[in-house]
Design a protein around this ligand. Sequence first.
Ligand code: SAH
Ligand code: SF4
Length: 409
Amino acid sequence: MTLSVLEPAAPAAEPVVTSRVSLVGRTRAGLGDALAEIGVPEKERRMRVGQLWNWIYHYGVRDFSAMTTIGKGLRAALGERFTLDLPEVTAEQVSTDGTRKWLIRMASTGPRDRGAEIECVYIPEVDRGTLCVSSQVGCTLTCTFCHTGTQRLVRNLTCEEIVAQLMVARDRLGDFPNRSKPDGAFVPNDGGRFVSNIVFMGMGEPLYNFDGVRDAIDVISDNEGLSLGRRRITVSTSGVVPQIGPLGHEMGTMLAISLHAVRDELRNELVPLNKKYPIAELLEACRTYPGVSNAKRITFEYVMLKGVNDSDADARELVRLLKGIPAKINLIPFNPWPGTKYECSDWDRIERFSEIVFRAGYASPVRTPRGRDILAACGQLKSETEKLSARARLLLDQDEAAAAAVAAE
Ligand code: SAH
Ligand code: SF4
């Protein structure tokens, strides 16, 4: 069992007041604006943006002085006005199964803002390393089985803040050229990157933050930088129907739909957004999703809730509904959280459900819960900002570590 928790830093006597802003996470246009701000002539900017891009996203450098292809004068000018800081990691937990969870504090946006905290989870598997990122702080939707939906504090993350999650992960995993790897890190055996896939399945509804997510995907998938192909990026939505077509056209990523119920009456309860966009409309948007094909299937997520949505009849109806849509069905064992009224279906019920779906010709993998000991599994992400001080959190983490150590014995 390894579970490391960073000590919360001692409060500084005087907060360092800096007007310098970080360039990490910016689009090419955003870097161009930065160069304009410090007076770089327009005809030079495109070339300079290319250089900055390479240093920031390919090499992951943290200091302008490391940018050896850029002259000293310009490096100094950049350093006076900007930084290459990443948001602060306030806690890092490593699960017994290798899953890592980072609590990330975003830079403060003003004097009254302590900086929003979000969670980001890294899941190593045999053939891939998946990073689960957040698109919002909290979520305005209130799916009844989801912990994130109970959080009051909600705002969209900026493009920079979304990209920063991948930058933090690669930084912590030593996944940039010429970096040492942390102890016990998962090392891909094919020479690939540690983070090979991204899923927008953390906090928030990505299609309610369309522009931020679109810009972030442009940065992440740019093949001169972070280079994660759009086929390796999956955006999960609870069903914001009018934005599904634009997602396909403008972002071209893989699509996942959080379905969870096959009748409107039940889905209205589990995913209240269904009252606005019922199942038939949602599935029609899937049928016409740009680029959908057998090679580019839509993933349907289905959380297994005991006695609620897990009968044989539900499984058969699911298969009937999805007829004609190139689909994969992902059965997710419900991850309980304190105060929930739901329970996870029994294992033999999940197997039976999966069998019906499988016999109908669909791949129906049951998602193995990962990182349960660190509350990093689906739907358990919930920023601690509103309820715990750093001290209380540390104590809680120590309790969890102690409990896990006992369990491991
Ligand atoms: N808001 C988006 C993306 C984030 S949620 C969406 O709803 O699709 C990511 C996935 O986790 C969704 O399929 C969601 O339904 C699922 N999920 C939420 N709470 C869960 C829980 N407690 N147990 C298992 N899966 C859960
Ligand atoms: Fe929001 Fe998704 Fe949770 Fe629903 S399941 S409350 S849409 S994060």
